[in-house]
Design a protein around this ligand. Structure first.
Ligand code: GTP
Ligand code: MG
Length: 331
């Protein structure tokens, strides 16, 4: 893939496009799954240091990769006038949840270039929403889809292809095609999750994915890091992971949806940034945080609890049916 501008034409898949990357460095980077300028732009200097690259050079390479993408017009500039921020948001796309009420609460749907965090208790419907999104992501743009594949990273072994079949069939979609366009990865522990996320860029390009699900972002961390002494390390690793995800969302213009379980009483939890698992780290990296809970008559309530663009009181009722996420009254 090359992108041409007045000044510069680069191959974003060729690491040697970067001044300072020779054969030896390229091999080191490749050994960690960093095979393109895009991968490098999404990497952290710390990952490079782990490969035996000096700290200073590591910083420099990550920065150069980003600058190169900016110069070539592939990535937007970091410091820009607000008019450009508006332009950038125009290239952002929105994915339908399956419910018009839910979508309009979000201002049109789940956004690309962002992380959307679904927070809720056991059984609130987070995984069901993720299943639905994998189907709606494949719809054409004029039907609220992203016209692309979905990547499903499952940490809890709750992905059900049968449920995808049911959702696709009840929406009159080809079930086989729908399944083929969901790329599934099961991850076994937090290190495995970190590795999978590092490789994500490559899979996004390979499968033309427009949506990435991580269900759940927190479970392995919670299981593995027990006790106060390990909290700092847990937060650090979660922080790296989320920044990596956010950059991946921006570089590849994909929607990233992560789930996070809370056990607290939702009303007490509401407004308390410490309650959802992950604490401040998640609160600061997720672009949108949506709280989901069960409501009366087998309905569900979604409420935006933290968003740069929405009023904090925005909420929507929806239901979970054979179609997945649906409006209370089908219009
Ligand atoms: P945890 O992962 O345990 O935190 O929960 P979750 O928020 O992911 O909950 P999940 O999405 O698994 O929701 C489970 C609920 O969804 C069930 O209690 C059912 O009410 C509903 N549900 C699950 N499968 C189906 C289905 O096939 N059809 C319908 N109509 N509802 C379903
Ligand atoms: Mg779940």
């Amino acid at each position: 893939m090359t992108k041409k501008t007045a000044e510069k034409e680069i191959d974003v898949f060729d690491l040697q496009s970067i001044d300072g990357v020779g054969k030896a460095t390229e091999e080191k980077l490749n050994s960690a799954g960093i095979t393109s300028v895009l991968d490098l732009a999404a990497a952290t200097p710390r990952e490079l240091v782990e490969l035996g690259i000096g700290a200073e050079k590591a910083e420099e390479l990550c920065l150069k990769a980003r600058l190169l993408l900016i110069e070539s017009g592939f990535l937007d500039k970091e410091f820009v006038p607000a008019t450009e921020v508006l332009e950038r948001r125009k290239s952002m796309q929105k994915l339908t949840t399956g419910s018009k009420a839910f979508d309009s609460m979000l201002g049109g749907g789940i956004e690309t270039q962002a992380i959307t965090e679904l927070i809720g208790e056991y059984g609130s419907g987070k995984t069901q929403i993720c299943h639905t999104l994998c189907v709606t992501a494949q719809l054409p743009r004029d039907q609220g889809g992203l016209d692309g594949a979905a990547i499903y990273i499952d940490t809890e072994a709750t992905f059900r292809p049968e449920r995808i079949v049911q959702i696709a069939e009840s929406r009159n979609l080809d079930q086989r095609k729908t399944l083929e366009n969901i790329i599934f990865a099961s991850v076994y522990n937090s290190s495995h999750l970190q590795l999978t996320v590092k490789e994500l860029g490559r899979y996004i390009e390979k499968y033309k994915a427009r949506l990435v699900i991580v269900d759940s972002i927190i479970s392995h961390f919670r299981a593995e890091f027990i006790g106060r002494g390990t909290l700092a390390e847990r937060q650090q690793r979660l922080n790296d992971l989320l920044h990596r995800l956010l950059r991946t969302a921006q570089v590849h213009n994909v929607a990233i949806v992560v789930t996070n379980q809370v056990q607290a009483n939702p009303d007490q939890f509401f407004g308390d940034p410490n309650k959802p698992s992950g604490g401040h780290v998640l609160a600061h990296s997720s672009t949108y945080r949506i709280f989901i809970r069960r409501a009366a008559n087998n309905t569900r309530l979604a409420r935006i609890i933290d968003s740069p663009y929405h009023p904090p009181t925005a909420e929507a009722y929806f239901k979970i049916t054979e179609k997945g996420v649906e409006d209370l009254q089908e219009k």
